[in-house]
Structure formats: structure tokens, C-alpha cells
Ligand binder design. Structure first.
Ligand SMILES: *Cc1c(COP(=O)(O)O)cnc(C)c1O
Length: 415
């Protein structure tokens, strides 16, 4: 009898991760991951690595917040921790302008729901104390919208995505922070797609008391490692007074393993849950790369290469509706409208990993995480032009070449 449950070794091909995330992990990060020795989670070098990560993360995020560290997992792990301070019955205003802020809204409705509200609709509770402000897909959340909603509702918490990756829109973080301060709300921000891509310091936004990001987008550390989070002392004091119903994602308890105890940095962490020497080494290297390249230089590189991609996509007759530096979201030329999924699947079948939008309306998304070279952008553009032609579109390669040459040659000439 053959064993039907023993499968062949799993081989996963190399793809061009040209979507909204995960991004392409740096070879240096993978080398540290595979190169770490097998050490237990309380080994002095693992604990030292975590302390160093914590300090580098404060520099990457631009903060003096003592409670700055990583949550094992992905973006939702960090967000789950950040939203853990929201308790049943808390009043919250959420600004939603796409897929991800929409899920943030669901998370908060689950956490703020009373027991009765949750039982009435466990997977999608309608929570009276949570006000969802819907901003149309393709538009940004503006400071005025935030100001008006917080004035009207006076919530304890307000939450927004910094960059909404579903629609590719940059939201007004300065306006959000100012409105939170003015109306006495504590701001919570989903910075999953902006950290490591945009040039900002979280301490410049004092109305925001909780931040959560992810390992595998701007930080380029896919061997799933740590979702960066940062909390102000006000957030931690609030949490201390209410408590929260999680052990694993408890901001105060998890911080202990990173050497943050009673609001102070201590020399080494104490056990909260198991950490992996591989993950710590990889995350450490990813943060070193961020700081070596500098956040400002990375941000400038994203802006520069996104402009090249955007121009080339527009030259193919597409209409770009995003304004995010790591991602271009667009409508196909009129005669291809409605064939977005077919086109995306055609590209994905060739290991060219682009994405559709995950909620209505259907659009195409092409991202450039850690693909910041002229060669990489040219490859993406040529592959996409080829896919459009395969679907019957008239795309003149000479026009596209000229657009890219114009963009990159102008930069060389300016040097
Ligand atoms: C990607 C993303 C998430 C989800 O992150 P995961 O790493 O998939 O858990 C949440 N919010 C935003 C804004 C994102 O871009």
C-alpha cells in the first residue's frame, strides 16, 4: 500500500512580486534567515538581537515611544494588537476608503461590540458605538472629513489607514492627527503599507496614539517575522486602566519579551512567547538595510520609479486613480473594461504577480515593492504591455520605450 499522505517535496517558483505586497525580500535578509544558528528564544544573542531591533525600529518609525516593538505575524497581527485597546461599548469613528480600512472597520466593530451585538451577528456585528465614515473608492480621507466627523461624534478612538492599499490612496495623516488632538480622540493608524516606503516620523503626529505595520511590504522581510507597532504612553495608560482580553496580542505583555517592562527599557527581555532566532536575524537585517539606505532615500526612490511606471501605464491608454508611491491602481482602456480578472490571471500564470482590487470596483494594481531599478520597472512595463497586446489592445512598444527613456534619461541628464 502506498502512503497517500506523503507528497513530493514542495517547490515554489520564483515570481515577480509586482503587487501591493508582499514585496520582494532582499537576499541579505534571506541569508540571515537561513544562516542563523539554532538558538533557543532566551539565548543572550537572540534577546540582544530583539533589543537592537527595538532600537532600530524606533529610528525607522521616527519615535521616542518606549512601547515600540514587533508582533510575530503579519499586518493583521499588529493591527489586532493595536485595536486590542478598544473595549466593548467604546465609541469609535472609523474612516474607510477601501478593502483594508474596511477590514479594520470590521475588526473594531468586533472589539467594540457589546456581547449582545456580537451574538446577534458574530461575523459582522452591527455595533451602535462604532461610526463608519465611508469615503468613496479612489478618493483620499481628508482632514476636513475627519474634523467634521470627530466634531459630530466626539469618540474615544478614531482610526484610519495611512495609505489604503485597496484603492492605492494616501490619506491625510496630518489632518487626521490635528483633528484627533482638537476633539480629544485617540488616533489609531493602520500604517501597514506606508512604513519603509514613505518619509514620515510618527512623532510628528501627536494625535495618533497607536500605529501598526507589517513585515512584508515596505520593510521587505517576508520570512514572516514581525509586524512593527508603536504606542504612546497615553495609549498604554488607557490600556492599563481598562485591560484587554488577549494574552498573546497584549501590548504590555508582549513588550516584555522586547525588554520593555513597566514603561522602561530593561537590559533583556523576559518570556512572553517563543521567538525564532531565524525571524529575529532576518528582521534585524531588514531594519539594518532600511537605516543604511535611509528612509528619506527609499521614499525618494519609490516616488521616482512610481512616476516612470505611472507614465508608461498611462501611455498604454489606462486611467490611473491612485496616488501611492509603491503602487499604481488603474482602469484598463475602454475596450478592455470588464476583462481585468482575465488579464491579471494571464500575467499571474506567467509568474508576473500583479493583482486586481479585492473589493468593487474591479481595477488592476501593479506594485513596485523593492523593485527600485530602471531594469525592474522596464521589465514590469514590457510584460504588462505584452499582456495587453495578447488581449487585443493596440500598444505601440516604441511609444512605451520612449516614455521610459524620457523619464530615466531626463534624470541622468539632471545629475
Ligand atoms: C496588506 C495590508 C493589510 C493586511 O496585512 P497582512 O500582512 O496581509 O496581514 C492591512 N492594512 C493595509 C493598509 C494593508 O496594505
Amino acid at each position: 500500500m502506498t502512503d497517500q499522505t506523503l507528497f513530493d517535496q514542495l517547490n515554489i517558483p520564483n515570481t515577480i512580486a509586482a503587487g501591493p505586497g508582499p514585496g520582494n525580500t532582499d537576499a541579505r535578509v534571506l541569508a540571515r534567515y537561513a544562516g542563523a544558528g539554532l538558538a533557543d528564544h532566551m539565548h543572550p544573542d537572540v534577546l540582544r538581537g530583539m533589543i537592537e531591533c527595538k532600537q532600530m525600529l524606533r529610528a525607522v518609525m521616527g519615535t521616542q515611544n518606549v512601547h515600540t516593538f514587533g508582533v510575530a505575524g503579519t499586518g493583521w497581527s499588529g493591527l489586532d494588537m493595536m485595536f486590542s485597546a478598544v473595549m466593548p461599548g467604546d465609541k469609535v469613528v472609523m474612516f474607510v476608503n477601501g478593502t483594508f480600512s474596511g477590514i479594520d472597520g470590521l475588526t473594531v466593530r468586533m472589539k467594540a461590540a457589546t456581547a449582545e451585538e456580537l451574538a446577534a451577528n458574530p461575523l459582522d456585528p452591527q455595533t451602535a458605538n462604532v461610526v463608519i465614515i465611508d469615503v468613496p473608492h479612489g478618493e483620499s480621507v481628508t482632514g476636513d472629513v475627519v474634523d467634521a466627523a470627530l466634531a459630530a461624534h466626539k469618540p474615544k478612538w478614531a482610526a484610519m489607514a495611512h495609505w489604503e492599499t485597496g484603492s492605492g490612496r494616501v490619506n491625510d495623516i496630518a489632518g487626521f492627527s490635528a483633528a484627533c488632538e482638537k476633539h480629544g480622540a485617540m488616533g489609531l493608524v493602520d500604517a501597514v503599507s506606508s512604513l519603509g516606503v514613505g518619509d514620515f516620523r510618527i512623532d510628528d503626529f501627536p494625535g495618533v496614539h497607536g500605529w501598526a505595520s507589517c513585515p512584508q511590504k515596505g520593510i521587505c522581510c517576508l520570512p514572516l517575522t514581525y509586524a512593527p507597532v508603536s504606542f504612546t504612553d497615553t495609549y498604554i495608560e488607557t490600556l492599563r486602566s481598562t485591560g484587554t482580553r488577549t494574552f498573546c496580542h497584549h501590548p504590555i505583555l508582549e513588550a516584555r519579551h522586547w525588554g520593555i517592562i513597566d514603561g522602561q527599557d530593561v537590559e533583556k527581555g523576559t518570556y512572553h512567547r517563543t521567538h525564532s532566532a531565524y525571524a529575529v536575524s532576518a528582521f534585524h537585517e531588514a531594519l539594518r538595510i532600511c537605516l543604511q539606505q535611509t528612509i528619506a532615500q527609499r521614499a525618494a526612490d519609490y516616488t521616482y520609479h512610481e512616476a516612470a511606471l505611472r507614465r508608461a501605464i498611462e501611455a498604454m491608454g489606462c486611467e490611473v486613480t491612485s496616488n501611492m508611491p509603491s503602487l499604481v491602481v488603474f482602469n484598463l482602456p475602454g475596450d478592455l473594461a470588464g476583462r481585468e480578472m482575465e488579464l491579471v490571471q494571464h500575467c499571474r500564470a506567467q509568474n508576473f504577480g500583479i493583482w486586481p482590487t479585492l473589493s468593487e470596483p474591479v481595477q488592476v494594481r501593479i506594485g513596485i515593492l523593492n523593485l527600485l531599478t530602471e531594469a525592474a520597472i522596464t521589465d514590469i512595463v514590457n510584460r504588462f504591455a505584452e499582456a495587453l497586446r495578447a488581449h487585443g489592445a493596440k500598444v505601440d512598444q516604441a511609444d512605451i520605450d520612449a516614455v521610459l527613456r524620457g523619464h530615466y534619461d531626463a534624470a541622468i541628464a539632471a545629475e
